[in-house]
Design a protein around this ligand. Structure first.
Ligand code: SAM
Length: 221
């Protein structure tokens, strides 16, 4: 391990067995693990006997925490960046510290692994050779619809992230903009209630009217 390196460590998106041997070794060998929620990451570190200290890295504290972590890296400490799920920097606060490290000429090394968008895409049945990842669209309805209108011109497969309390609104906007197309919806991937539905948008809306949406969602259009 080269001193003063920031390791971007992918962790499971649900099933704790979805972690690489290299990720476990890295989490054991670094001086500090910077994560979103220490309680959440501790479940993983306890399972694998990792005793490295954890420090939380919440978005609202990102400036102070970023500078604190950069200071440690400059003093030769190795840090692993982990998020609550999947790959740090993909629709989560990790992106800020990665940029800050690069600006400070700190080596950044990827320890690749799970990410919800690729897990969902590969089981969706939609074309995988060209795709565009949009993450979370705006929670403002007008902005979300405007972006969906632009995306409706897109030839590549479109991947969106969504939370349970907004999924029906998002599906309703998709129905309005795209019409009643067939899309794939991946929910709770790798977890107990994992499901992938490949259905028309109207049928998904109907489904969630009778079964309240729970868990985490990826939409593949
Ligand atoms: N960094 C993560 C990644 O690499 O995928 C994404 C973090 S983002 C804050 C959380 C969102 O990812 C959720 O709202 C959901 O859209 C998606 N997600 C994460 N885990 C998931 C899972 N097990 N099943 C489906 N979607 C998931």
């Amino acid at each position: 391990m080269n001193p003063g390196t920031l390791y971007i460590v992918s962790t499971p998106i649900g099933n704790l067995e979805d972690i690489t041997l290299r990720a476990i070794r890295t989490l054991k060998e670094v001086d500090l693990i910077a994560c979103e929620d220490t309680r959440h990451t501790r479940i993983l570190t306890s399972k694998y006997g990792i005793s490295t200290p954890l420090v939380s890295y919440f978005q609202y504290k990102k400036i102070q925490k970023g500078e604190f972590l950069i200071g440690k890296l400059k003093n030769g400490k190795n840090i692993a960046l982990a998020s609550d799920a999947g790959t740090p920097g993909i629709s989560d606060p990790g992106v800020h510290i990665i940029r800050l490290a690069l600006e400070n000429k700190i080596p950044v090394v990827s320890i690749p692994g799970p990410t919800a968008l690729i897990a969902a895409l590969t089981v969706s049945g939609k074309p995988t050779h060209k795709f565009v990842y949009e993450g979370f669209l705006s929670n403002k309805s007008s902005q979300r619809r405007r972006r969906l209108k632009e995306l409706s011109e897109e030839k590549r497969t479109v991947i969106l992230y969504e939370s349970p309390h907004r999924i029906v609104r998002m599906l309703t906007d998709i129905l309005e903009v795209y019409g009643d197309i067939e899309i794939a919806l991946a929910r709770e991937l790798t977890k107990k209630f994992e499901e992938v539905r490949r259905e028309r948008v109207s049928s998904l809306i109907q489904h969630f009217k009778s079964t309240p949406p729970r868990g985490e969602f990826v939409l593949i259009i």
